[in-house]
Design a protein around this ligand. Sequence first.
Ligand SMILES: [Zn+2]
Length: 320
Amino acid sequence: MAEENKPNFNIIGPNGLGDEQRKRAEAFLEKKIEEARKPIEDESPRTEREEKIIQIAYELLEKELAEMGVKEMPLVFKEQFHFLKKIDIGKVPFFAESYAGTYNYLNQRADIRKSEDDLFSFLTISHEMLHAASFEQYYTNQYGNGASVKRGGYTTVNLQDMHSHFASLGELIADKILLDIILKNKDFIADSLKIDKGYLGYTEFTYPVHILNILLEEVSKRSGIKIDEIWQKIKKGFFTGETMHLRLIDRYLGRGVLRFISFFDFNNEFVEFLPGDPFQKIIEFIKTDDPKMRDEIAYELLNEREYLRYRQQAQKNDNF
Ligand SMILES: [Zn+2]
């Protein structure tokens, strides 16, 4: 892994950014990286096996990015990955009981649930590594004091009210990229992890990739653009920060669809408490042209605030 890589932080500020301001914000973020390298309280030391799995995930990511034409390998390093035993998971902030792993864009640290199952570890490490490698943008104040996350992958944080957009969409995209990687490298992964090739590609991902597939299919059907062409653009944008092509979704499926998908919380502990089959309803939402039906589904699946914002978007009648 490229340890010597010095990150090229993407930092913005109010009314541009002066040299001094940039230097201070960069120093703040570099310190975060230094901290991410140190062990955290309650973690279990990385085993040789876990380091090997990190290395496998890294090599596959490097290959995938090269194939996509992403020139510069983002900063990813093994010390960024911290492993937690089940019993210690509740002690770490932002790590819910049901999570396999989390990535914190500000601390640039991945926390991973420790497992004896190498395939599970590989999927979790790879998923969090995709976040670590994704497009990042930070915001600093007029003095360059500290920094906060403005964007991570496709997720945009509204700094006024700390509300984020497109967070769920980013999760579906990360898992679909991972599926691409697996399908292209089955033999290598099976050999390296010493597991049966038959398990690969059919495993349960954390997020329902099939919903993203249906979304892409619908856009393709209605626009005449090939599915793979749309997907490759969206995939590359996860790393480069380019977001224009996301507009294809609303342009061809109708205003509000992108916002609805982005708002829905795909995390298990949320979905479990919804009545009926929420994923089936989301698929109906994507496929229908009936605004009334869409509205009913959005009302049922989103919280009040999200629903109102969805409505605002859906009622726009502009050309874009
Ligand atoms: Zn994720």
